[in-house]
Design a binder for this molecule. Structure first.
Ligand SMILES: [Zn+2]
Length: 252
C-alpha cells in the first residue's frame, strides 16, 4: 500500500521517488500542482488516510495550509469525492491525525465537512461556545502530546447561539455555568454600537473575542501545550467560520 500518496503533501518537494513514480504511473501527474487533492482517484483508495510517517513529516504550517485549502474546496463546491469506507478501512489499525479542532456543537459547523477532511485527519472536540475547560484541555493535550497532532485549531462561528445566550445572560440548568465561561468575551469586546444579541455584528465580534480568549486560555492553562508550541512542535490557532459563504478565517 502506498501510503505517501495523499493530499497532505501539499509541497511537491516532499514527494519521494516511490510516490512520484506511482503518481506518474497512474497518469495523474498533471494533478501534481501544490495542494491538488489526489484523493478521490479510485486507484488511490488504499491511501485514504494519514500514516504516521506522512503526518510526522508535515509541519504545523503545512497542516494549516491544507486546512485552508480544504475549506476553499468546500466553499467553492469542489470537495474531494470521499470514499468513507476506504478511509474507514485505512484507519482501523491506527490513527495519526494532524490536528485537533475545538469548535462549537452548532449543527451548521461540522469541522470535517467544512474543511473537506477525511476520517482520521483530525481530532474533534465540540462544546457549546468552543470554550476550553479542564477536561477539554486534557483532550487537546492527549491529541498533541500523546497522539502527535501538530495544530490546535479553535473555531468559532457567526450567529452562534451560545454567544447570544451569554450576551443575554440566559439561564437554563447546567447551561448557565457554561455560558458564564463565555461572558468574559462579552465584556472584553470593544464595540460602539448596540451591544445586544439582536445585533448580529456584535454577536460575531464577541465570538471572535471568545476564540482569542480561548486560544489564550489554552496557552495559559496548559503547560503541556504551551511548551510544545514554544518548541515549535505545534501551533495553536484561532479561526472563525462564516455560515454565509462558508469561509473560515484563520487568525494568523
Ligand atoms: Zn455556536
Amino acid at each position: 500500500m502506498n501510503t505517501n500518496v495523499n493530499r497532505w503533501f501539499p509541497q511537491p518537494r516532499h514527494c519521494d521517488s516511490r510516490r512520484a513514480l506511482l503518481t506518474s504511473a497512474m497518469g495523474i501527474a498533471t494533478l501534481g500542482v501544490i495542494g491538488a487533492p489526489l484523493l478521490g482517484v479510485p486507484e488511490l483508495s488504499d491511501a485514504a488516510a494519514l500514516t504516521k510517517d506522512v503526518r510526522d513529516k508535515l509541519t504545523p504550517d503545512q497542516i494549516i495550509e491544507e486546512m485552508k485549502q480544504g475549506n476553499e474546496r468546500f466553499r467553492t463546491g469542489k470537495m474531494s469525492p470521499h470514499d468513507y469506507l476506504a478511509q474507514k478501512r485505512a484507519t482501523i489499525a491506527g490513527q495519526y491525525p494532524a490536528a485537533v479542532i475545538l469548535s462549537c456543537i452548532d449543527s451548521r459547523a461540522p469541522a470535517e465537512i467544512i474543511l473537506d477532511s477525511r476520517i482520521g485527519d483530525t481530532f474533534n472536540a465540540r462544546i457549546v461556545g468552543n470554550i476550553a475547560n479542564d477536561d477539554l484541555l486534557g483532550s487537546l493535550e492527549f491529541a498533541c502530546a500523546v497522539a502527535g497532532a501538530k495544530v490546535v485549531l479553535v473555531m468559532g462561528h457567526t450567529a452562534c447561539g451560545a454567544i447570544k445566550g451569554a450576551i443575554d445572560g440566559a439561564q437554563l440548568g447546567n447551561l448557565t455555568g457554561l455560558l458564564n465561561k463565555i461572558k468574559p468575551a462579552v465584556d472584553a469586546t470593544r464595540y460602539e454600537g448596540e451591544r445586544t444579541s439582536k445585533n448580529g455584528e456584535f454577536v460575531d465580534e464577541v465570538a471572535k473575542t471568545n476564540v482569542r480568549l480561548t486560544v489564550g486560555a489554552i496557552r495559559e492553562r496548559s503547560d503541556v501545550l504551551a511548551g510544545l508550541e514554544k518548541d515549535g512542535k505545534i501551533k495553536i490557532v484561532g479561526s472563525m467560520y462564516r455560515l454565509a459563504g462558508g469561509h473560515i478565517a484563520f487568525f494568523t
